[in-house]
Design a protein around this ligand. Structure first.
Ligand SMILES: Nc1ncnc2c1ncn2[C@@H]1O[C@H](COP(=O)(O)OP(=O)(O)OP(=O)(O)O)[C@@H](O)[C@H]1O
Length: 477
């Protein structure tokens, strides 16, 4: 398996564990390197024996479950100590004991972790400090940016509002509250805001925490009598991002503390960004004074993506992870997983890993095999240009021959362009092959049609609806 694929599989495994583990676990897990994967074993590398032993004794079961969930079957997990680049393993014992403590601030306050907006550790003397985050908070994921976020009608508004907030923190919508179902991109957008703010204002202090981490910190500060230190930290930041706020439900003392943090930051025109699986009014056992504050700024929802957006998300993922996956396979997966984007991406990773392990090309047949527990009764269907022409012709009430003919009237040319676009998007035929199939046209005509439809659908909602309807029908054939 190629290293980039292996890395993508490993990230999927990490993501799977993120749902179950506190952020502190990732101090240990994030530096782990995947070394090899076969159909029986996953070999992982740590930088020290201590990290290896800690992970084995604390996280092995969850790791094994995550591996099974992502790959569809069990693997033996072997952990090896490997020396980090440019260093000897023996020298790094100390470092790995505190794997993510880096940068200069740690010396001043051991409870703080210094994180860098590009996810890299700068040279020790560069002085480039961008963000100070809580000791057990997760770092901003450098991959979660606006550039890697695919928009469609389900999330366009949330995306635009998030961009506006990122460009003018504390000035436009405060607080900015996003809600939506599981795995629909709330965390991604929050990180994208944080990353953009740090890109524009490297001097700003941005803090991302889950509600669970926030609660744990409060409890610890109460137990350890360090409440003042906690307040200092939370009330001295420029952008506070709190994820999954619904978990504050019923936690009276956390809500009390959060209320004061909120007021201090808001009064100082610092940006507050919150996410939840439901709107503020539906979060149970939440104090009214907090609920009403959550409603002060802008509330926006993220819906489940439509089929076109799901396909676009998979294409984006395939490109980012250097997966070579035929279009019809992506359409096939996207048409079957219609709510959770995490699952959608997970399915793609699993298919690619499966194909690589059994050394077979990625086809819809292989998808059925790799994902048999995800879609138990599915049959393989191949999307062909014939099927696309048939569906498009019947939808626009024209004849299939019209799609081949030379006619250029809009009633014919427009459906023809849509049909060409769909052939390009849903099958793996080349531009000349499509041109040939549509009455011997030149490949530049096909290219023009594809570009035109791609551009128009950005602003034309009706066209997006038509395309979705057509893809649904094509899939049902
Ligand atoms: N529009 C999108 N474009 C690209 N990737 C996306 C998009 N929406 C979600 N994803 C990806 O899907 C995965 C799940 O998204 P994310 O973790 O942001 O969901 P969430 O809404 O925060 O879920 P949860 O409710 O479980 O916290 C991530 O890998 C994210 O990058």
């Amino acid at each position: 398996m190629e290293q980039s694929q292996l890395q993508a599989v490993w990230e999927q495994i990490l993501n799977n564990m993120r749902d179950q583990l506190a952020g502190s676990a990732f101090k240990w897990l994030d530096p782990v390197q995947p070394l090899s994967l076969t159909d029986s074993e996953l070999v992982l590398g740590t930088q020290t024996g201590m990290a290896r032993d800690w992970i084995t004794s604390h996280y092995l079961t969850i790791l094994e479950d995550a591996v099974t969930a992502v790959l569809g079957s069990q693997r033996k997990i072997t952990m090896k100590v490997v020396a980090p680049e440019g260093g000897e393993a023996a020298n790094t014992e100390q470092k790995a004991a505190e794997p993510v403590k880096r940068g200069r601030r740690e010396k001043e306050n051991p409870d703080q972790v210094t994180l860098f907006h590009d996810g890299q550790t700068p040279a020790a003397d560069s002085g480039e400090m961008h963000i100070v985050a809580a000791g057990d908070s997760s770092s901003l994921n450098p991959k979660y940016t606006f550039d890697t976020f695919v928009t469609g009608s389900s999330n366009r508004f949330a995306h635009a509002a998030a961009m506006a907030v990122a460009e003018s923190p504390g000035k436009v919508y405060n607080p900015f509250f996003m809600y939506g179902g599981v795995g629909l991109g709330k965390t991604h957008l929050m990180h994208a805001i944080g990353n953009r703010v740090l890109h524009n204002h490297p001097e700003m202090r941005v803090l991302y925490v889950s509600s669970e981490q926030f609660t744990n910190e409060i409890i610890r500060s109460i137990q350890e009598g360090t409440a003042e230190k906690f307040r200092q930290k939370y009330r001295n930041i420029d952008v506070l991002l709190v994820d999954d706020i619904q978990f504050l439900s019923g936690k009276t003392s956390t809500q009390e503390e959060f209320f004061h943090t909120f007021n201090t930051l808001h009064d100082a025109q610092k940006q507050i960004i919150l996410s939840s699986d439901r709107p503020p009014r539906e979060v149970e056992r939440l104090e009214d004074r907090l609920r009403s504050r959550f409603e002060w700024g802008l509330i926006t929802d993220i819906q489940a993506p439509d089929l076109e957006t799901r396909i676009a998300i998979l294409k984006n993922k395939a490109q980012l992870d250097h997966f070579s996956v035929p279009n019809d396979v992506m359409v096939y997966i996207a048409s079957r997983i219609d709510s959770n984007i995490r699952e959608l991406e997970g399915a793609l990773t699993r298919v690619v890993a499966y194909a690589s392990l059994i050394k077979k090309p990625v086809t819809t047949d292989l998808v059925t095999e790799a994902l048999k527990d995800v879609f138990p009764n599915s049959k393989t269907k191949e999307v062909t240009m014939e099927v696309i022409q048939e569906i498009v012709a019947s939808y626009f009430k024209i004849r299939i021959e019209d799609l081949h003919a030379k006619k250029r009237t809009r009633t014919i040319a427009y459906p023809r362009q849509i049909a060409m676009y769909l052939c390009r998007e849903l099958t793996d035929t080349s531009l000349p092959q499509i041109g040939n199939f549509f009455g011997g046209r030149d490949h530049t005509t096909v290219l023009h049609a594809c570009d035109k439809i791609t551009k128009e659908k950005e602003s034309d909602r009706k066209l997006t609806t038509i395309l979705n309807e057509l893809i649904e029908r094509i899939q049902k054939m």
